[in-house]
Design a protein around this ligand. Sequence first.
Ligand SMILES: [Fe+2]
Length: 445
Amino acid sequence: MTHTVTEGADAEQLRSRIAAELERTRARTALLTEVVDDADLMRQHSPLMSPLVWDLAHVGNQEELWLVRDVGGREPVRCDIDDLYDAFKQPRRDRPSLPLLPPTEARAYVATVRDKVFDLLDRVAFDSRPLVADGFAFGMIVQHEQQHDETMLATHQLRSGPAVLQAPPPPEPTVRPAGEVLVPAGPFVMGTDADPWALDNERPAHRVELAAYLIDAAPVTNGAYAEFIADGGYDDPRWWSEQGWLHRQEAGLSAPLHWRRDGDGWAYRRFGRWSPVRADEPVVHVCYHEAQAYASWAGKRLPTEAEWEKAARWDPATGRSRRYPWGDDDPTSAHANLGQRHLWPAPVGAYPAGASPLGVHQLIGDVWEWTSSTFRGYPGFVAFPYREYSEVFFGDDYQVLRGGSFGTDRAACRGTFRNWDYPIRRQIFSGFRCARDADAEQARR
Ligand SMILES: [Fe+2]
C-alpha cells in the first residue's frame, strides 16, 4: 500500500467528505432502528440475526475502538461493554440473552461516541500512518456501519408483524438484456491498489489470465428460477452437489426463502407484505447450493470470482480495469439499485446506464451474486488493520458473493468489493447469474 499525506485544502475536503459519509450512514441506521418499538429492537427475529439493538451499540463500539481510542488516542467512553459487542466472542444465537444496553442507553452511547469522532475529525492529521492515510480508518468505520445497516435490513425482512419500512418501487425496464455475453480470453487486472478505502481482501491489484467464457447478460430471474422448480429441480439430485443435496434434504428446501404457492404461481413476502412473484426480477434469497443446482440444470455453471470481476471491470477498448462496470464515477441512482432506495431488486433491464462495456447488466446492486470461488487472499495479501477483518475467514468454508444488493450502500460496494458467506445462507439478499466455458469457435471470435 502507498500512504500519501493529505494536507491543506485537500485535507479539508477529505474532512468534509468523511463527515458527510458518517452522517448519511447514521441517518440510515437511525431509520432502521426508529421504525420499530423498544420491545421489537430487543427481540431476536431469527437465530441467524442479532437483536437490532445489538447491531446499533456494536456499530458504536467499533467506532469507539478504532477511531476514539486507536486513531484519537483518547480515553475509552465505555470499556465495560467491549466484550458484549465483540462479534467473535458473542455468537449471534446468544446475543439476545446478553445484558445488552437498552435502546435509550444504546442511542445515547452511539451519540457520545459520534460527538468525540467529529471532534477528532476536526483535528486529525491525515499523515502517512497507515490507519489515517487517506482517512482509511474513517472509511472503514463508514463501511462497517453500512454493512450492519444491510444486516439490519435483512433482520427487518425476517421479522414478523405489520410492515414498517416504506420505499418507492425500483424503476421499470427500458431495455431487454437477454442471453449471454462472450468475454474473450486474456489477462485483466483483478483487485486494487488505488482505491483508498478498499479493504485488505481487495488488495493487491494482480494480473489474472482467463480463458474465453460466456456470462449471462443479467442475473437469473424469478421467471427462469420458477421453471427450474416446475421442472422438478428441487427433487432431482442430478443437479445438486453432494453437499448441496444433503442440505436440500435436511433443510427441506423447495423454493427461495420467503416464497409460497399462490394458485398456479408464487407469492413472496417482502418486508411484511405479500405480493405475486414478478417474473422479470432477479431471484433473491437463494443459497449457494440452490444457485449451483439451477446452473447445472440450465447446462451452465456459476462464474468464478475472477470471471465475475472481469465481466464487471474490464474495458476491452483500453484493457484497463474500471472501478465499476460503467466507469470510474461513483454510483448514482441511474447506474444501480443500491442504498436501500428501493426495498427489492429492480426488473432486468432497469439500469442500462450501469451496463459494462461488453453489455453485462446489473452487476452492481439488486442482488449479491454467488460465485463458485471460496474466499482466499489474493497473491501478496497483507492483513490490515487486523487479521480478524478477513484473514480468519479464508479457506473452504465461505463462498464469495459479488456486486452488492439493493440493501448495500455505495460506500460498501465497488467492482473490487468482496463479500463472503456460508453456502447454506439465504437470509441475505443473494441471487446469481450463470456462466459457461466458450467453445472453440466462440473462443476464436
Ligand atoms: Fe461488525
